[in-house]
Design a protein. Structure first.
Ligand SMILES: [Zn+2]
Ligand SMILES: [Zn+2]
Length: 310
């Protein structure tokens, strides 16, 4: 299971209800902060997540509504020394801007007591953990080097407890070995092959995050079959010309992408103050029924074939 907590869901400028873009993806002890618009550190505190282990920051692109919060956040991290090191991963132009913000202003003249590493993103796997990967892919927007992120569990063959029961396999390490694909010999001398207790190969749970985007045709392959797709919906079709001009999407385009890519649930964010939430929802829902317009502090659990708001 992956979880995503929305910390800020507004486009360009904050509103009374919505902070600027930021979200945290969680899996077990792993946490990834995606973007950090102005005000993100307070949103983290308000959400109850706290700063612990929030040491991997992924940046979709370098627009100010996605990065300005890094100034305050890193300043606090450095003063409190809550972690030993911080990794900031983003496209080259985003990282250039972030370095200017951090080393030209926030940390100017100081030697930070926390190790800050910048990872220049290219398409491909960024992190490979025990049972999932995080992959970056290119996104077209109004600025160069924009990236989206796929969080995906490894495919696996599920352990079938009813078969294990029928074979009278006792609880213990044997089950773990079989799940890992290794044959075992039980205390009674019987040899059990993994084939006997494992089901068909299943794709892992997949959560796809796209920040700001100006087109969708190049995103279908990456969003394909995602259990949940997070993407912007800054405009409505009535102002499609503005969406195009500023390299953003309409709710309808986001819905069409979700349909074409066969995703489970669509989570819309980067919501403009010019519309009511229900207008955005309605427009997307007309093409793709399983859709939410995320609000600040919404938390979703992404499981196989379902995405549940908790
Ligand atoms: Zn934006
Ligand atoms: Zn942008």
């Amino acid at each position: 299971m992956f979880e995503i907590v929305f910390l800020g869901t507004s486009a360009s400028a904050p509103s009374v209800q919505r902070g600027l873009t930021s979200q945290v993806v969680l899996r077990g002890e792993h946490r990834f902060l995606i973007d950090a618009g102005e005000g993100t550190q307070r949103q983290i505190l308000k959400s109850g997540l706290g700063f612990k282990r929030l040491d991997r920051i992924l940046i979709t692109h370098g627009h100010l509504d996605h990065i300005l919060g890094l100034g305050g956040l890193i300043s606090t991290f450095v003063r409190w020394e809550t972690m030993d090191k911080i990794l900031i991963a983003g496209g080259k132009s985003a990282l250039d801007r972030i370095r200017d913000l951090l080393f030209g202003v926030v940390l100017k003249g100081k030697y930070p007591p926390v190790e800050i590493t910048f990872q220049d993103l290219e398409s491909g796997v960024i992190f490979e953990e025990d049972d999932f990967t995080v992959t970056a892919f290119p996104v077209y927007h109004r600025t160069p080097d924009c990236f989206g992120f796929v969080f995906e569990e490894f495919s696996r063959r599920p352990f079938l407890p009813e078969k294990a029961k029928a074979l009278k396999i006792p609880p213990g390490a044997w089950r773990g070995e079989l799940v890992n694909g290794n044959p075992v010999t039980l205390p009674d001398g019987r040899r059990i092959d993994p084939e006997m207790v494992l089901g068909e190969m299943q794709a892992g749970i997949k959560l796809v995050h796209v920040g700001d985007a100006g087109r969708t045709d190049n995103l279908v392959e990456f969003a394909q079959g995602a259990d949940a797709l997070v993407i912007e919906a800054t405009y409505l079709e009535t102002e499609k010309d503005l969406a195009e001009q500023f390299g953003h999407l309409t709710a309808n385009q986001a819905g069409e992408l979700a349909k074409e890519a066969g995703v489970g649930t669509l989570l819309l964010t980067h919501i403009s103050r010019r519309y009511r939430e229900d207008q955005v929802l309605e427009e997307a829902r007309a093409v793709f029924p399983e859709v939410y317009v995320a609000r600040d502090f919404d938390r979703f659990q992404v499981k196989r074939g379902e995405c549940v708001k908790v």
